[in-house]
Design a protein around this ligand. Structure first.
Ligand code: CP
Length: 355
């Protein structure tokens, strides 16, 4: 099987890394840009690639500890388009309950240790995807993405993060691809990443990966959120480093009105506080009731200058996070963004399994 020249050239341009994709920051310098180029080429050649089946004989297992529509479907369809087999695993629904603690005496519920489970899966498949949200334990532990790290340590095959406590790198790839599609040359354009209200305390993974996506494109990224909803210091530092390396900038403000001025892209997402009073269930409920409405994204927010395009990773709570008029209007790009999950992940699969 020979790939079309344009696909082979784009694949050859992606630098190799150790194989795991847990934060999206693993590829060496230029790697994310090369993955985006490959994603664009795969999108333009997907009919031919489906005929050639470059990943025939390869198997990818997606293990979903938490619900998903887009990630599950886009990874499954990306595998199908490249000829790979996708296995969908749902712990808690027909799989043994897993133990993650080292040296645990397993005399309670857990029937299998991740050491064996991951290693066995690694004997069956060529790569493993994992979705596991934070369990609202200590943030110092959650931020290390312990479930992902445990599988990565023991699987012996590349592990892809399908959303964890700290990062959603496949979403970040799609976000960057969508902003490139919308803006042509994103460098120097303004991306506003805004906190949004939500009744639940959601992970901050999409926010981290979103600001990294904008910064890696050399955009002027402005993160805005109410006081008390600060992102993790390491995530902020990574965004600043990426912006610096790629000719962009990264700033944080609690002033929503100031942030929205002159935006080219407005990306909304809710996340729960990990420290301070809003980090408790009661504190979050109080914050939600006082901020609901004030941080809702409306069409007027997008039309403060040249109209900004609206992004959200989905699923989204209508008229809590964003008004109907935005989602149903011409400025929304959320469906293109969701479609780009497919092309970004197809590129990632080729880079991991198709050399
Ligand atoms: N954006 C995203 O990850 O969607 P799902 O939760 O449906 O997979």
């Amino acid at each position: 099987m020979t790939l079309p020249d344009v696909v082979q050239a784009a694949l050859d341009a992606v630098p190799r890394w150790d194989g795991h994709y847990l934060t999206g920051l693993e590829p060496p310098a230029g790697g994310t840009a090369a993955l985006l180029d490959l994603a664009t080429v795969v999108r333009g050649n997907h009919v031919e690639l489906a005929r050639l089946r470059p990943l025939a004989g390869k198997t990818f297992a997606g293990m979903f500890f938490d619900p998903s529509l887009r990630t599950r479907m886009s990874m499954s369809v990306a595998c199908a388009k490249l000829g790979a087999h996708f296995v969908d695993l749902e712990p808690g629904s027909g799989l043994w309950t897993l133990e993650f603690e080292d040296e645990a005496v397993m005399d309670a519920v857990s029937a299998e240790h991740v050491r064996e489970a991951a290693a066995v899966l690694g004997r069956y498949v060529d790569a493993l995807g994992l979705r596991a949200f934070p369990t609202r334990g200590q943030w110092e532990t959650e931020r290390t993405q312990p479930v992902h790290s445990a599988f990565a340590a023991h699987a012996g095959v590349p592990v892809v993060n399908l959303e964890g406590p700290f990062a959603h790198p496949c979403q970040g790839l799609a976000d960057a691809l969508t902003m490139r599609d919308l803006l042509g040359e994103p460098r120097g354009r303004k991306m506003v990443f805004t906190w949004a209200p939500h009744p639940k305390q959601l992970p901050m993974a999409v926010a981290n990966s979103g600001i990294w996506a904008g910064a890696s494109l050399g955009m002027d990224v402005v993160l805005t959120h109410p006081e008390g909803f600060e992102l993790d210091a390491e995530a902020l530092s990574a965004a600043a480093g990426l912006a610096d390396a790629n000719g962009g900038s990264f700033t944080v403000t609690n002033d929503r009105n100031e942030a929205f001025q002159g935006a080219d892209i407005v990306y909304a997402k809710s996340w729960g506080a990990v420290t301070g009073s809003a980090s408790t269930a009661g504190g979050h409920a109080d914050a939600f009731s006082s901020l609901k409405g004030k941080w809702l994204v409306t069409e007027a927010d997008l039309r403060r200058g040249a109209p900004a395009r609206f992004l959200h990773c989905l699923p989204v709570r209508r008229n809590v996070v964003v008004a109907d008029e935005v989602l149903d209007g011409e400025l929304s790009a959320v469906l293109d963004q969701a479609e780009n999950r497919l092309w970004g992940q197809a590129a990632l699969l080729l880079a991991l399994l198709g050399r």
